[in-house]
Design a protein around this ligand. Structure first.
Ligand code: KIV
Length: 284
């Protein structure tokens, strides 16, 4: 009997029973399989793959084709997790028909169960159109990395009363438009608490304090794979980067000193090797 995949009904049940919702990014088959086996109920194929997987400076270069390819790999790696795919920069901002077509690709070709898109009041019409078309949509407020150039960096958002009020209004509008959950990124804990109290849908925080209904973290930050930099809002639960480098150094050392392969990695033929006369003449 195959495991049952998590649905939005399960997510709602978690919210109603006050069970905090853990969510982590996953970008490929192997990491998705590990997260699924670890019992993580929600995975985000984040456009942060631009930096974590593809080595770009920001999330802007990621394409819908990239997202579809990686989402399909994540879905293949999972049996139980609810998989949300990010809509990349300019795949939904220009028109509602773009948004519908590209969300459709993430669901039909990628196999995602939901999409996430960034933005406040400006995104409300798009969220409504997607929800009316039967797409489960997650909103994303606070620090919205696709607007990094407009925001002037990756700083904390919603720090003034007017910015906080605008964020609360946008959160209520997104809920009204049919969003099933909201990511709140890098905002003061008090504001995240206020938003969480006012909404009936779950808030999933990252750098937004402990009062959100769930928490999302970037795979590489959580596991010590962001080798040169870990943001303040991330706690390292493992040093996988160090472990990988140690293992690679040991293996390379064994190769250099003739200790790899051993008999354990080697096959032999039973009889003595007799290839007969060779027909090839060696080059002059
Ligand atoms: O792309 C991403 O990883 C995200 C999370 C930071 C929420 O959007």
């Amino acid at each position: 009997l195959s495991a049952q995949r998590t649905t939005l009904r399960d997510v709602r049940r978690m919210l109603e029973s006050g069970e905090p919702i853990p969510m982590v990014t996953a970008y490929d088959y192997t990491s998705a399989l590990l997260a699924d086996r670890a019992g993580i109920p929600m995975l985000l194929v984040g456009d942060s793959m631009a930096q974590t997987m593809l080595g770009f400076e920001d999330t802007l270069p990621v394409t819908v084709d990239d997202m579809v390819r990686h989402t399909a790999a994540v879905v293949r790696g999972t049996e139980r997790a609810f998989v949300v795919a990010d809509m990349p920069f300019m795949s939904y901002q220009a028109s509602i028909s773009d948004a519908l077509r590209n969300a459709g690709r993430l669901l039909k070709e990628g196999g995602a169960q939901a999409v996430k898109l960034e933005g406040g009041t400006a995104a409300v019409g798009t969220v409504r159109a997607l929800a009316e078309a039967g797409v489960a949509v997650m909103g994303h407020l606070g620090l919205t990395p696709q607007s990094v150039h407009q925001l002037g960096g990756y700083g904390v958002q919603g720090k003034t009363s007017s910015a906080a009020r605008a964020l609360v209004d946008a959160a209520l509008e997104l809920e009204g438009a049919g969003a099933f959950a909201l990511v709140l990124e890098l905002i003061p804990a008090e504001l995240a608490q206020e938003v969480s109290n006012r909404l009936t849908i779950p808030t999933i925080g990252i750098g937004a304090g402990g009062a959100c209904d769930g928490q999302v973290q970037v795979w590489h930050d959580l596991l010590g794979l962001s080798v040169d930099f870990t943001p303040r809002h991330a706690a390292k639960y493992a040093e996988v980067g160090e472990t990988v480098m140690d293992a690679l150094r040991s293996w390379a050392d064994d190769v250099r000193h003739g200790r790899f392969p051993t008999e354990g990695q080697t096959t032999h033929i039973k009889e003595s090797l007799d290839l007969g006369p060779t027909t090839l003449t060696p080059p002059e």
